[in-house]
Ligand binder design. Sequence first.
Ligand code: MN
Length: 491
Amino acid sequence: MALKQYEFWFVVGSQDLYGDDVLRQVDEHSRVMVDAWNQDASIPGTVVWKPVVRNSEEIYSTLTAANQDPNCAGVITWMHTFSPSKMWIRGFNALQKPLLHVNTQFNRDIPWDKIDMDFMNLNQSAHGDREHGFITARMRLQHKVISGHWEDPNMRRRMAGWMRAAIGAYESRRLRVLRISDNMRDVAVTEGDKVEAHIKFGWQVDHYGVEDIIRMVDAVTESEVDAQMAEYQELYDIATDDIESVRYQAREEVALKKFLEEGKFGAFHTNFQDLQQLRQLPGLAAQDLMRQGYGFAGEGDWKTAALCRVMKLMTADCNGGTAFMEDYTYNFDPACGMNMGAHMLEVCPTVACEKPKIKVVPLGIGDREPPARLTFKAKKGPAILVTIIDMGDRFRMIVNDVECQEQEHEMPNLPVAAVLWKPLPSLETSAEAWIYAGGAHHSVISYDLTAEEMRDFAEIMNIEFIHIGKETEINSFRKELTWNDLIWKLR
Ligand code: MN
């Protein structure tokens, strides 16, 4: 239910030629479809029925009204009958919302013994949707096409996926990112053009000094810390005697949350090189804020923090888990090639398969007190890793399909949460492809999203999309990178 506030306008095209009776039936059919979609719990968002559009004026006024409606996250078109596409040019020229063209049909099967010319004239989306497809192709519209019967679970699953992408775009365009300090010194991949990110993704990325946070931390009261500690006690096992250190993280979390709420920020980053008088790098505090849906990344990585927020909002009705992640170390055992991801502290507890434990362990870098953090084993199952890099002339999103594995071995000396995954098509090919593509060591892992959904998001945002999956073959993959370089230079 969490995503029902996002509305998708279902706009069915036709023309006056058919007469009122046919158009009335078109409206009846589309109402039945909208009602059924809205009763399907697997479809995020609300599909909003609109009366059939018959001419250029109605199309233009409907699509510009969609632009103006603050709840509208996208437009879904369907040509039940034939809708001559010159009528769509003015409206499409004005459309600013993501567009999905569904090629479907009210009846599933041909009624063999009853079909006549009237039936065929009413149910001719095979015909009308091709005319519609010509104009979207001719106008080079950024859009998605999904074909399939409207009751088919696979068609609905793909439509739901596109809706998640459009919800991501909607939220991306109003996201504010809080930078606490700057990027980690000397690191390249976490840099990027913030003005271009604002233009392309809508991210307003603003910096504050660590002292601004410290003032908030110092102002937190003991009773606020107590309340935060009570939440920790409910959600986690406190597996340390060093309660003072845990209380300091609680103090940091209360301060950070106030800062985020007051500034309407959806994501933030820290930088362990610039903690000034902060006594601990936020570990538990960052983890618990991620659990609540805030985007986060370490070392000044505002791009990954923003991506983490967008992906969490795309899946606000799911419980698989979405987390900031970092490729850390390999298991090169030929029988079980795996990548182990973690971070120095900040792994989001939404990917835990057990109740997380709070521990206090010294941190080798950052030069501060030992920070409290959550440790846990992670879930198994299919997931994706997503990263965004700045190629200088464009943003590139890279997605790798992975299979997260059960952690069979204890790692008693490792004081952080870790996720183990087998990347597709194999550890070596996936790593080569990711490295050739320039993928960051930072990423966002999601057990709830698929590569197709992230491709839809990337296309809506007009950025490059690269997929590494079971079909990836390294030589053709390298050619794709070369061709993409040329294509994106021409854009
Ligand atoms: Mn890192």
